[in-house]
Design a protein around this ligand. Structure first.
Ligand SMILES: [Ca+2]
Ligand SMILES: [Ca+2]
Ligand SMILES: [Ca+2]
Ligand SMILES: [Ca+2]
Length: 502
């Protein structure tokens, strides 16, 4: 494991003006799949869902009749979803694989199947980098414009997100950063090959060959910092799946969502997108929504009215556009009727500097703070606000709000309590989302959330909570209320937290 110190000194900022020139990602030769993805194909990999071992064996046999090297590479834990290898002869193309997949679906051997593609952060797609070396401190982060705009001080009187788990599917989280101390679960995971740490670290290699080394290291830490600014008592669960250049493939992203579901996440932040409408990712997004989990996706940073960014464009995930300090659409933000909400994500930047009072400030590895912009940051503010609302309703799902309605209820709450910005944004009406979120507005319509340590949900931290904690002592299922630090066990560490908030 190697932590590259250079990203923390990165003085450059690729302006969005140059971003268009950075977008020429060639299509994989010979591929003309539905959605015409611009993210590259992962050669020799497909995903399929086969409901039982017999059907899986049948599908593999059919694929083997046409292609070499067919075999199961991996499976999404607990789901009949498989990553399968294939090899092509010089005369075959991925289109030939698609044809066999179609036949397998037609014969009901598999539920669905697809080729594997890469996805990435919106910022990585446009080569946007964070801006450091501005002498920023905690006060700049804590007092940034989004605090007032979202009404965080008022919101925190009703909810601070206690008892919620927000999974951050990203480049990892630097849990050693002072801004995140005690707010990051130690039970995080890394799905990045050869790098088991969930910390937000690079490998010192320009893995994607774009001339920038580890250019997206810091993305996850920055995003986590914004979620935590909104929901300081939420526990952040690092799910490191994007590599140091901000890339992961569809299978890895779906596996990260599955892992987050299984660890009790209430909110899953995905400040990233894939161009291709992946059935694999959609399968897991639908599962999350059906289980009462709010998935949040970034609209993307290409200033297009026809974004193909998933999960943002999925109907069962919140798609988030970016606005600036003045509630005007950020110039880079994608927009579309499929987007659900707008949130701060725009900064006022100029040649190597920033108007700090009108910019987004977040923590980056190395204990520093930086300025950045992008819809990734907007998604983070929405995830934090969703956690505030979710914390007000610790008994969800229940009889009045069953699991299948939690997502819709949170979406409606955030949309209806926000600020209508359509009049400010002529030409974008209905395409920036229902409203620009307001954290104070969203929590005003719900009860006061139980405080951290209130395990029995009576509004106080007292002896009955201690009794509840002791009776739950031992391994804990994901999301267990007594597991205050969300590390998968109720133990002395939780007791210490309980006593500290007594
Ligand atoms: Ca690179
Ligand atoms: Ca790298
Ligand atoms: Ca209590
Ligand atoms: Ca614990």
């Amino acid at each position: 494991m190697f932590t590259d110190p250079t990203p923390f000194r990165r003085p450059i900022l690729c302006s969005l003006a140059c971003a268009a020139a950075c977008l020429a990602i060639p299509l994989a030769a010979g591929v003309a799949h539905a959605g015409d993805p611009t993210d590259p194909l992962v050669p020799g990999e497909l995903m399929l869902r086969a409901e039982n071992p017999k059907l899986l064996a049948s599908a593999l046999a059919t694929l083997s009749a046409s292609f070499s090297d067919v075999g199961v590479l991996s499976q999404i834990e607990g789901r009949p979803i498989y990553l399968v290898s294939y090899g092509l002869t010089p005369k075959q193309t991925p289109d030939d694989v698609d044809l066999v997949i179609d036949a397998l679906v037609l014969s009901s051997t598999i539920t669905w199947g697809e080729l594997n593609y890469e996805g990435q952060t919106g910022e990585g797609r446009t080569d946007s980098l964070w801006l450091s070396g501005l002498g920023l401190g905690h006060a700049h982060y804590d007092g940034q414009y989004a605090r007032d705009l979202l009404g965080l001080d008022a919101a925190h009187k009703r909810s601070r997100g206690a008892g919620t788990i927000v999974a951050v599917i990203d480049t990892g989280i630097d849990s050693t950063h002072p801004a995140l101390s005690g707010r990051v679960s130690s039970a995080g995971v890394s799905f990045v090959a050869g790098s088991p740490s969930f910390l937000d670290i690079g490998d010192g290699v320009d893995n994607d060959g774009d001339g920038l080394v580890d250019e997206q290291v810091g993305h996850g830490t920055f995003v986590a910092g914004l979620i935590s600014l909104v929901a300081p008592d939420a526990m952040l669960l690092p799910v490191r799946v994007l590599d140091s250049e901000g890339r992961a493939d569809n299978f890895e992203l779906a596996r990260a969502v599955a892992w987050s579901i299984d660890r009790g996440a209430h909110v899953i932040n995905m400040s990233l997108g894939e161009d291709y409408e992946s059935l694999t990712l959609e399968d897991l997004v639908l599962e999350a929504a059906s289980r009462g989990i709010v998935v949040v996706g970034a609209a993307g940073n290409r200033a297009t009215d026809d974004p193909r960014e998933y999960p943002a464009c999925n109907d069962r995930a919140l798609g988030v556009t970016a606005t600036g300090w003045n509630d005007l659409r950020a110039p880079f933000s994608n927009f579309d009727v499929r987007m659900d909400l707008a949130a701060p994500g725009g900064s006022v930047l100029f040649g190597g500097g920033a108007d700090l009072a009108r910019s987004i400030v977040g923590p980056v590895p190395g204990g520093e703070y930086a300025v950045w912009e992008g819809t990734s940051l907007s998604a983070a503010f929405v995830s934090g606000t969703a956690a505030l609302v979710r914390a007000q309703h610790p008994t969800w799902p229940n009889a009045s709000v069953p699991a299948g309605l939690v997502f819709d209820t949170v979406r409606a709450t955030l949309g209806q309590t926000g600020v209508d910005i359509d009049a400010l944004n002529p030409g974008f009406a209905g395409e920036l989302g229902q409203s620009r979120i307001s954290a104070s507005g969203a929590v005003a319509v719900g009860p006061i959330a139980p405080p951290r340590g209130d395990i029995n949900l009576d509004g106080f931290v007292a002896a009955p909570d201690l009794a509840a904690l002791l009776s739950a002592w031992g391994p804990a299922a994901g999301g267990a209320r007594a597991d205050l630090d969300a590390d998968g066990a109720v133990d002395a560490r939780d007791l210490t937290i309980l006593l500290s908030v007594w």
